[in-house]
Design a binder for this molecule. Structure first.
Ligand SMILES: Nc1nc2c(ncn2[C@@H]2O[C@H](COP(=O)(O)OP(=O)(O)OP(=O)(O)O)[C@@H](O)[C@H]2O)c(=O)[nH]1
Length: 370
């Protein structure tokens, strides 16, 4: 069933996450290779450093993960990204203190941790990171740790700036990729939910055959109209419309012809229903129209309404070349909280409209007999 298929948003979310993670892995791999080269190019300035090995190992691991990404599980890829970004963050802060991009990488890894493991774990990770940076800061301030290159010469070297540019570009762009994909995914999910809400509402309120309101929604609309009429001393008119000898249409032309006649009648009734009024099919060949008015309609106004409905129904329907005559009986009930004290609730109004419709039907039968 379409709706059940669409509702599996968690599956869609997993697909979005997988696609985003793959994009991030590819992006990290593309950036890791030149970043490693830039790192190695600093050998003449800083000598061979542990971080250079780390860069090289990460690059190789990233290339391998990119190649085999379709075969790897989402959990593996998530944790791999976490380990890579956290390692770069930890090593960056340790090796370069405030000079490097360790802080930016830490933010990136905390974003990933939050995304993959939730806000609580994200907060713990932030606290751990703050403690780590404080310890490293303490060690640098007290001269226990120092950068392996002279900060002044590093700041004026091409390789230093290249590392800084690439090193900051990666976490920044990755953050944009993540936040952008999540934003798009959330927007799509909300739009989809909205569409489903509309579809579900339509399905719940619609008569399957004719597409107009079904009796369930009509009953609640009638209740609301009665409440409004009570508050504002207004009037509610309930018109009951029942097709005559509809069974014989089914019997003579088949059930499908009967269905087509019901659809045609609903369409005709819709055309004479004002936007502020409501028409519904309560079942079989019976329709109800709900009309609200702030003032009482005169008999003449009511005649006009009833005649308009009658002439909308009494139009023959051509079914597969055969003309099917249609007619309907109509009865109505009028309700005002003060002036119709015998009508206590919606059931009374419905019964009265039904009785009136039946009287009309009997009049018609009597006419046909005579
Ligand atoms: N084609 C079709 N027939 C339906 C549907 N729902 C109910 N019916 C048929 O509509 C017929 C209604 O019959 P009755 O209630 O006797 O109404 P009628 O034949 O119009 O008789 P009167 O109301 O006394 O004029 C029944 O035969 C139902 O089987 C539907 O969705 N499609």
């Amino acid at each position: 069933m379409q709706i059940i298929k669409d509702i599996s948003i968690s599956k869609r979310w997993e697909n979005i996450l997988t696609a985003s993670i793959d994009k991030i892995i590819i992006f990290l791999t593309i950036c890791a290779v030149p970043a490693t080269l830039a790192s190695i190019s600093r050998i003449p300035m800083s000598g061979l450093m542990v971080s250079m090995f780390l860069h090289a190992i990460i690059s190789v691991a990233l290339i391998a993960t990119t190649i085999y990404r379709k075969r790897l599980s989402i959990n593996f890829k998530m944790n791999f990204i976490l380990i890579v970004t956290s390692l770069v963050a930890i090593a960056g802060v340790y090796n370069w203190g405030l000079l490097g991009n360790g802080m930016l990488w830490s933010i990136l890894s905390i974003i990933f941790i939050t995304l993959f493991y939730g806000i609580k774990v994200g907060i713990y990770a932030s606290i751990v990171f703050a403690i780590y940076v404080s310890i490293i800061g303490y060690l640098y301030v007290n001269g226990i740790l120092e950068t392996s290159v002279d900060p002044v010469s590093y700041l004026s070297s091409v390789s230093g700036w290249l590392t800084a540019i690439l090193g900051s570009l990666i976490p920044l762009t990755s953050s944009v990729l993540i936040i952008g994909s999540l934003y798009l995914a959330a927007k799509q999910a909300l739009l989809q939910l909205d569409r489903q809400r509309v579809e579900i509402t339509i399905l719940a309120e619609q008569d399957e055959l004719t597409g107009i309101y079904n009796s369930r929604v009509f009953h609640s609309l009638l209740e609301q109209s009665i409440e409004r009429a009570k508050r504002h001393n207004g009037w509610v008119y309930l018109v009951n419309i029942d097709l005559d000898n509809f069974k014989s249409i089914n019997d003579n032309y088949g059930h499908h012809a009967g269905d087509e006649v019901l659809k045609f009648t609903a369409k005709q009734l819709l055309e004479v229903t004002r936007d502020e009024d409501t028409i519904c099919r309560i079942g079989g060949d019976e329709f109800l129209m709900l009309i609200e008015s702030p003032t009482k309609y005169s008999n003449q106004q009511l005649d006009i309404i009833i005649n308009r409905i009658k002439s909308a129904i009494n139009i023959p329907y051509i079914y597969e070349g055969t003309t099917i005559e249609i007619s309907g009986s109509i009865g109505y009930a009028e309700y005002n909280a003060v002036e119709t004290p015998n009508l206590k609730d919606k059931e009374d109004i419905l019964k009265l409209a039904d009785r009136e419709m039946y009287k009309d039907k009997q009049r018609l039968r009597a006419q046909q007999m005579s």
